[in-house]
Design a protein. Structure first.
Length: 203
C-alpha cells in the first residue's frame, strides 16, 4: 500500500481541489434549497476493505437512515461516488424542495435530486481541475447491507485498497446531513497520483 500513498504535496493538492469541488456543490445545494449549507473539511485517506465498510456505515448514517445512493463515474480515472444520508431532517428537506404530502415517493425524489447534485458538482469539479472529463452511470439506491456486501464481496475485490475522499453537507437548521464519498480503486489511485503530479507541475 505504501506506493499508493499520496505524498504531502499530492495530498495538499487533492485537498485544495476537493475544497473547490465541494464549494461548488455546496453553493448549488444552497441555491436549490434556498437554505444555508454548512460544509466540512474534506477528509482524505487510504483505506482497506474493512476500514471502508466501517467508514461508510458509520453510526450517523446507519440504522433507519435512507438507503445510500451509489453512482459510478468513468474516465481514464474511474471509480464510484456514494452519498449517504443521516436519519433526521428529511421532512425539512422535502419542505425546502417543495414536495407536498400528495407527492408520490417525494422522499426518494428529494434524496435522488440531492445525490445527483452533489456528485455532479463535486466529483465533476475535482476531475475537471485535473483535466479530465467524466461520464456517469445512472445513480441507484442501494440498501446499506447490500452496499456492505458489495464492497466486501470477491466480485468487488478492486476495493481491497481504496482512496476515500469524504465531505459532509449539513443544512442550516442542522437536521439534515449528507455524506459524499468518492472511491478510487488501486489502479485509479496510481493514475490519480500521476494526474496530481501533472497538476502540480503546471502551477
Amino acid at each position: 500500500m505504501n506506493d499508493l500513498t499520496l505524498n504531502e504535496e499530492q495530498r495538499d493538492a487533492l485537498q485544495e481541489i476537493a475544497n473547490i469541488g465541494m464549494g461548488k456543490a455546496g453553493a448549488a445545494l444552497a441555491e436549490l434549497l434556498g437554505a444555508f449549507v454548512t460544509l466540512s473539511v474534506p477528509g482524505i485517506k487510504l483505506v482497506n476493505a474493512a476500514q471502508l465498510q466501517a467508514d461508510l456505515l458509520a453510526s450517523d448514517t446507519a440504522g433507519d437512515a435512507p438507503s445510500p445512493v451509489r453512482q459510478a463515474f468513468q474516465s481514464d480515472i474511474s471509480g464510484e461516488a456514494i452519498v449517504l444520508f443521516g436519519r433526521d431532517g428529511r421532512e425539512e428537506l422535502e419542505e425546502l424542495m417543495g414536495y407536498g404530502d400528495a407527492d408520490i415517493n417525494c422522499e426518494s425524489e428529494a434524496l435522488s435530486d440531492i445525490a445527483n447534485l452533489l456528485v455532479g458538482a463535486c466529483v465533476r469539479s475535482v476531475f475537471e481541475q485535473l483535466g479530465r472529463n467524466l461520464s456517469f452511470s445512472r445513480p441507484n439506491f442501494v440498501p446499506a447491507a447490500a452496499l456492505q456486501n458489495a464492497l466486501s464481496g470477491e466480485q468487488f475485490h478492486r476495493w481491497d485498497v481504496a482512496l476515500l475522499l469524504e465531505v459532509r453537507f449539513t443544512l442550516e437548521r442542522g437536521g439534515f446531513v449528507a455524506k459524499l464519498v468518492m472511491l478510487l480503486p488501486e489502479a485509479a489511485i496510481r493514475k490519480m497520483k500521476h494526474a496530481l503530479e501533472q497538476f502540480l507541475q503546471a502551477l
